[in-house]
Design a protein around this ligand. Structure first.
Ligand code: FAD
Length: 322
């Protein structure tokens, strides 16, 4: 019997987020031939971006637009997802493991009395079971879990499950659903953006991160230049944030953001366990530190022992030529 997988395709500022395509990929990896992968896009402009999901593997697409959904709020978004669930009766619902996905998924799981596996980084099969891998203890261990019943709910960590290559020949039906318009318990008064125009740290493929070794706010400039050349984002250790060299929104680690880029370049960061907790799952770690004994070298794939103020500009100049 064919099953139905519903993907919450997250968008921001009228654009689908990379994690939306990765979540579609996760649904495809969980599905078998004959299963249906559906996608839901909500918020302003949903209908104009929804069609893009067909090329990435959606069989049918649902949209819900309403002014209540222009910014995230739990009641409105939950009502929208519930509407799509009532309409499509899915066997599984998948979200990105983002601020929105982490908030919405448990609401949906509770309403469906479904099991939930969060922060999935890989999907495999064992016979007819779909096996979800998730990191534990900040990546020091992994757990493999399967569901014993459906429906089920999963959140997928950004930057881990590769988005499918788009197939422009694929088509999918797009259906607009009516927003149930529940009463909202909170409203947004103002959104203050601190990272306008920059790449979101949680979605960046390359992160150039600075620690106390950058020595000042100006010391971040060479890192910003390298990040620009590589089309990456700038991150930081708490040491750098505490010293006032950069904003706390850049902090990576146990009490900051957890990031999983393809390349993480740690500049002047010692590699304290609390920092490593936020970046150890990066695919390739490059450390630049003048102390050859710095713990960061223990987890680095490539290490450069040297002064970051010499090494980083050299790298920038080199990558500029590529
Ligand atoms: P340092 O440890 O001072 O290291 C600076 C490094 O720069 C040194 O290795 C030095 O050799 C190198 N260096 C200096 N000059 C140069 C140069 N010119 N070129 C190259 N290298 C140079 N930390 C986080 O990062 N994220 C967290 O989320 C976090 N959460 C925490 C939660 C708790 C409860 C606690 C107790 C701590 C937390 N910390 C966190 C702090 C953490 O323990 C470290 O203090 C912090 O990560 C150190 O930052 P750092 O590596 O930049 O600084």
């Amino acid at each position: 019997m064919s099953r139905t997988f519903l993907v919450f395709a997250e968008s921001r500022d009228g654009k689908l987020r990379q994690v939306a395509f990765e979540t579609l990929s996760a649904a495809r990896a969980s599905a078998e031939a004959g299963d249906q992968v559906l996608a839901l896009v909500v918020g302003s402009g949903a209908s104009s971006i929804a069609g893009e999901l067909a090329a990435y593997g959606a069989d049918s697409i649902y949209t819900i637009e309403h002014s209540d959904l222009n910014q995230y709020n739990p009641e409105g978004y939950f009502a929208a997802v519930k509407k799509a669930i009532d309409e499509t009766k899915p066997d599984a619902v998948l979200f990105g493991h983002t601020a929105i996905g982490r908030d919405l998924a448990p609401l949906v799981a509770a309403s469906l009395q479904a099991g939930q596996i969060s922060d999935v980084t890989a999907i495999s099969r064992s016979g007819s079971d779909v096996v979800f891998t998730r990191p534990l203890y900040a990546g020091k261990a992994f757990e493999k879990r399967s569901f014993t019943s459906s429906p089920w709910v999963v959140t997928v960590r950004p930057n881990n499950i590769q988005a499918p290559a788009p197939d422009s020949g694929r088509t999918a039906s797009v259906t607009a659903l009516t927003y149930p318009a529940p009463s909202l318990r909170t409203i947004i008064k103002e959104v203050v953006k601190k990272t306008t125009g920059k790449i979101d740290l949680s979605e960046a493929k390359i992160i150039v991160s600075g620690g106390r070794g950058v020595k000042s706010a100006d010391g971040f400039k060479p890192l910003e230049e390298l990040a620009d050349v590589l089309n990456g984002a700038v991150g930081a250790s708490r040491g750098a944030c505490d010293a006032g060299y950069c904003d706390y929104s850049l902090q990576i680690g146990q009490t900051g953001k957890v990031v999983t880029p393809e390349v993480y370049i740690a500049c002047g960061i010692s590699g304290a366990i609390q920092h490593v907790a936020g970046m150890s799952q990066s695919r390739i770690i490059i450390a630049i530190n003048k102390d050859p004994e710095a713990p960061i070298f223990k987890i680095a794939d490539y290490g450069i022992v040297g002064d970051l103020f010499e090494v980083v500009p050299l790298l920038t100049a080199e990558f500029r030529q590529v």
